[in-house]
Design a protein around this ligand. Sequence first.
Ligand code: B3K
Ligand code: ZN
Length: 877
Amino acid sequence: PKAILLKDYAAPAWWIETVDLSFDLRDGGTLVTSRLGVRRNLDVVRAPLVLDGQELELVSVTVGDRPLGPDDYAITPDHLTIPDLPGDQVAIEIVTRIHPEKNTALEGLYKSSGNYCTQCEAEGFRKITYFQDRPDVMAKYRVRVEGDRAAYPVLLSNGNLVDQGDAGDGRHWALWEDPWPKPCYLFALVAGNLVHIEDRFRTRSGRDVTLRIYVEPGNEDKCAHAMESLIKSMKWDEDVYGLEYDLDIFNIVAVGDFNMGAMENKSLNVFNTKYILARPDTATDTDFLGIEAVVAHEYFHNWTGNRVTCRDWFQLSLKEGLTVFRDQQFSADMNSAPVKRIQDVTRLRQVQFAEDAGPTAHPVRPDSYIEINNFYTPTVYEKGAEVLRMYHTLLGAAGYRRGIDLYFARHDGQAVTTDDFLAAMRDANPDAGVDWEQFRRWYAQAGTPGVSGEGSYDPATHTYRLTLRQFLAPTPGQPVKLPMLIPVSLGLVGPDGKDQALTLAGEDSATAGTRVLALNAAEQSFTFTEVPAPPVPSLFRGFSAPIKLSFDYSDADLTFLMANDSDPFNRWEAGQTLASRLLLGLVADRAAGRDMAVPKGFIDAMGATLSRASEDPAFASLALTLPSENYLGQLMEVIDVDGIHAARNLVRAAIGRTHRDALLAAYRANAEQGEFSVSPDAIGRRALKNAALAYLLAADDADGKALALAQYRTATGMTDVITALALIADSDMPERADALATFAAKWKDEALVMDKWFMIQATSSRPDTLANVTALLSHPGFNIRNPNKVYSLVGGFTGNAVAFHAADGSGYEFLADRVIELNKLNPQVASRMAKSFARWRKYDGERQAAAKVALERVAHTPDLSRDVYEIIARSLE
Ligand code: B3K
Ligand code: ZN
């Protein structure tokens, strides 16, 4: 397979301005008729019209009124080329036949539980009809959908329903028209037996919008939260970004078989049921928050992605980084901002930093790919969102908004680049004093910058000198890196625990608080004057840049910041830094054959956090959580899987034993009371209660076990039920088997709930986990064709460090088998699973050897998809 390069981008020789599609949906073959209005692009050299198409059966091609014969065009497995088009403006009709019922890749038009739906981003439209499948070709669509009335009572596409009727023979049709030009990746069609809930939203300029969520019959009672989230998003986008919805109708359809979370098709979002369906007894707090965030994300795409789209797929972060940042801001406004920030940074470190440190590292704006579906990555999404956050930090809320307004004023209706976005931010803020050429490196250079430094206080002159250095390691294809523009949001915390003034040498006296400095050289010193007493610096408040900090804090400094920093993120961060330091020390002790002794100071600090827990239960639950095994692994040169697991469990047990009474008290104080709610407060209290329960079980506490069993048996909300069940499933309590069985019996018909059941077994650290997971592949509730099932069972297992990285290589062998099996069915899901191999070189020799065998076995599989090939080839490089 050949790589596609950013530098090869060229505008198309032809524009397609109108698309008239007609779908004749039938089992055994769907006929697609496409009438295109094409116009020559006079700005480029004359060239034939080359259309993309894959797995299509061509029935006929007509240019003007002339039917073409096979000699009039050229056809390959990927293209249809029509040479010598007459004139500059031509009408073309193309008829193809496709087989959605056989489509297991879930890309293009396919069936999920008997209903037709589409997924076109990134390049699925070419599996529906021949077309210039590229985002810079924007057209107006009219779509006629015809199908059996009884089987598919609901027929949907983008835009407005303009007509419908009876087609005879038990069939009916609907005609949809979308007035907004769009790239074909935003096309959608749904035909099925669906029911809907409905609400309305009046935009601030007075447009009444009908909002509908379509689901399979029986799920109507699980849509309310998604609908509320949609309405909140529409309002928030008006208030914060000044962006209003632009049609009279907004539809969401939830389907059970979907490769990712959801898709922002114009006015017809298609969602994975996971991000729509929720009832307190079926969905966890994480699910409720996930739904709010994803519904918002897809809605926000209406402007950032749809009205202004990407010129080419290298620009993917133009819409994804921006839209993730927008959904993060939204969720922060709807819930607790510090909690949201801590969760987002935890995820960034867990998945994006890991990606940046491995063979699949790539810039936010990649410059080459083999399969674009492999680039819907944490780097493009989450690091992309951090880049947006840095614009916001450097320009302030008002400057950022000026940039956004200019971006839309310039580019509404266009397909543009991340450079265009940067230019709008720059031009709207001429006095910002930002070196934009340097800032641009955040898009171009891969890897996570490291920042190190130290500070010194001079009591004679009352000055504090802070020195910071930055370093960016080479990544694949980028041996040499240049210094980045790194926004450092900082405070100087005085001995009284209060922020001191931040006056740089030569400035007028500043006020106390937080300020943002630009670190733009390899090494830089900042001298603060009028500092009355030696401070502890609080650096990168709110995580103001996606970097790895190593600053020469003493343990006492960190404990001080944990208790005193005015920035909640950095209070949490100080605890995490302290915990990582301690845990890695224990891992080293164990490796050297020394006893692991847990320092009392840390256990006391956790006790202090616990004693303050009632002030902010949500924050406390995060502050009490130790860094994950995966994150600790990233801090090691060679990942000591078993050592990390042992050290972390030892510390957890020590906390559980030492603070038993306080944990029991926290459990009881936060037990469910009153009506169920997903308010931030209620979620926070549940999180604290369940964190306390987990510590009690870590200490093998008898009362804790009894509480877990009682909670499993009597709780009504899924958060409490599944947390208790996960703890039981991870133990060797005699009730384990029975608890797992009663859960499965109760929920066997609720696919999303069963996903959780598979997940908790796959993530257990019991020694029999691989055997259990292997047996579960044959469970009647498991289906390898359903992506959610694969993500729960196989994905859950690969995230389980001790089991997946078992020294005997059994975990790698298991994954290779699944990747090979999935490669034939669904390349996107296969490749997502294959990414778990990527960091194999970070493990010891024995594990590396086993991983290599597994990787090579996948590499030698016949008919390897481009998706899997690209990941495996990069991993082996
Ligand atoms: N834009 C889609 C993702 C499409 C993934 C294609 N493999 C969902 C989103 O980011 O909103
Ligand atoms: Zn998105």
